[in-house]
Design a protein around this ligand. Structure first.
Ligand SMILES: Cc1cc2nc3c(=O)[nH]c(=O)nc-3n(C[C@H](O)[C@H](O)[C@H](O)COP(=O)(O)O)c2cc1C
Length: 328
């Protein structure tokens, strides 16, 4: 049954969504997600206590996390019923942001499979409107609220104000398409002060989301500073920065299967170096049950993905969960 749904979705993706101009495909996909009650269909979920994990002390029904991209509460609520153990919001900034002009998303098709490159530029409603929309949102599964700031003060405000809406808080220092966030990885001393300030701003479990482009700095400076500040979870990681002339910014973040080998390497090294004291969400390029299982076997506490949700469809979570159960 799931195989059939998966195969049908792939036909729909290859035959229609991948042929439409990107903005049309995005609008169509998001409208379908918002308007149709996918989350009421049990076919997309699999509840089994053998799949449960804890992240920062929070129990997740399973180790799959929808990575940061959506800020529409109707989509987030639907996603909570689509098999994920937790769902992440888009990175929210203090003021609303329109994002970078179109074209800000392009498809990539490589031997590894379909992926995306984006320079979204944090299109989001800003702190106040996000809080109004998410204040009363039911949490069918834990919600990870993601934030992005330009200064220590901004991150502290965002974390303090938005942490009450989430079960965990992720702070993004790694999206490559605005200088404001990406630059943090280039100044690890200032970042250490940021990590301490953010830790003091909330009691909720904190996740720092790393860039795969700064593996050395991440592992020699940023993760040690996070642990010293009392932050025990990393999401490794974000998209890889690439040049792409099709995008309005001439560059963007690559996601999808091409970055999977780096995700696996980064996880292996980080797990070996920091041991069990660090919880690791491995994100980047997961678009099949086998890739999710490899990351978990290499010591990931949880596995995140976004591009696979688009290219393989909402049934991917269920396909992965069934595959994982074969191991238990
Ligand atoms: C269109 C788009 C928007 C994204 N927005 C965010 C964001 O707001 N914050 C963030 O931390 N990551 C963001 N990401 C990165 C994803 O959460 C994820 O880390 C990355 O795409 C790698 O995983 P994947 O290969 O499974 O997509 C975005 C990715 C895409 C494709």
């Amino acid at each position: 049954m799931n195989r059939a749904i998966g195969a049908l979705y792939r036909l729909l993706y290859d035959g229609l969504l991948a042929r439409l101009p990107e903005p049309t495909a995005v609008a169509l996909g998001q409208a379908a997600l918002r308007l149709l009650p996918w989350d009421r269909l049990p076919a997309f979920r699999l509840a089994d206590p053998r799949l449960a994990v804890t992240l920062g002390g929070v129990r997740l029904q399973n180790p799959l996390i929808l990575a940061a991209m959506y800020y529409d509460p109707r989509i987030i609520v639907r996603a909570m019923g689509l098999g994920f153990g937790a769902v992440t919001t888009k990175s929210i900034t203090l003021a609303p942001r329109a994002g970078h002009p179109q074209p800000n998303l392009a498809r990539v098709r490589t031997a590894a499979g379909p992926g995306l490159v984006n320079c979204n530029g944090f299109q989001n409603p800003g702190l106040e409107r996000f809080r109004a929309a998410f204040g009363a949102l039911p949490h069918r599964v834990p919600l990870i609220v993601s934030v992005a700031g330009e200064s220590v003060e901004e991150y502290v405000t965002l974390v303090r104000e938005l942490a009450p809406l989430g079960d965990l808080v992720e702070f993004n220092i790694s999206s490559p398409n605005t200088r404001l966030v990406y630059e943090w990885s280039r100044k690890p001393r200032e970042l250490a002060a940021l990590l301490r300030a953010v830790r003091a701003a909330t009691d909720k479990p904190l996740i720092v989301k790393l860039s795969p482009d700064f593996a050395d700095t991440n592992e020699s400076q940023i993760i040690p500073a996070a642990l010293e500040a009392g932050i025990r979870i990393v999401n490794y990681g974000n998209t890889r920065r690439v040049e792409d002339r099709r995008l309005s910014q001439g560059a963007g973040g690559l996601s999808g299967p091409e970055i999977f080998p780096a995700t696996l390497d980064n996880l292996r090294r980080t797990r070996a170096r920091f041991g069990a004291g660090l919880e690791i969400i491995a994100t980047g390029g997961v678009d099949s049950p086998d890739k999710a299982r490899r990351l978990l076997r290499e010591g990931a506490t949880a596995v995140g993905y976004f591009t696979g949700f688009i290219t393989r469809g909402p049934i991917l979570a269920r396909e992965i969960l069934e595959f994982l159960l074969e191991d238990r």
